[in-house]
Write a protein that binds this ligand. Sequence first.
Ligand code: INI
Length: 158
Amino acid sequence: MAREIQGQLKAEGRRFALAVSRFNGFITDHLVVGAEDALKRHGCRDADITRVYVPGAFELPAAARKLAESGKFSAVIALGCVIRGQTPHFEYVAGEAVRGLGWVALHTGVPTAMGVLTCDTLEQAIDRAGGKAGNKGADAAMCALEMISVFEQIGRAE
Ligand code: INI
């Protein structure tokens, strides 16, 4: 019979690091609320969440790497917001943030969730930070829970 691994969404007894960009803080604050709400609804204690603030999305990968390599956390959840209208270097900031977080996920082996909004407009960002398109911070937290469980089960598989 085929064996299958599916992630369980359990946050109890796990420790989480949130790397949060201060740039567009009025959006990222809402991503933090969404992420922490999702973690707590799945059993995480307040004391098991560490929030680390960095200047902008560009700095998220470096902070996420430090957090992942510290060995203190079950997962790292990176939260940021890059809006195209605000800068001609949108592509660079967004690209480096996404690429860098992918690098952290691959090279550290610690589940690293990408909760960085890359939007054309402020309205799109609001929609995704607790507005009509949900909360991408909460989505990233759920992704972290799923990947922790998937990795654990792969480790135990015979
Ligand atoms: N950082 C963001 O998080 N979002 C943005 O939209 C943004 N824009 O528009 O420039 C932004 N820039 C700052 C960048 O992340 C770095 O903090 C900065 O370049 C210093 O390294």
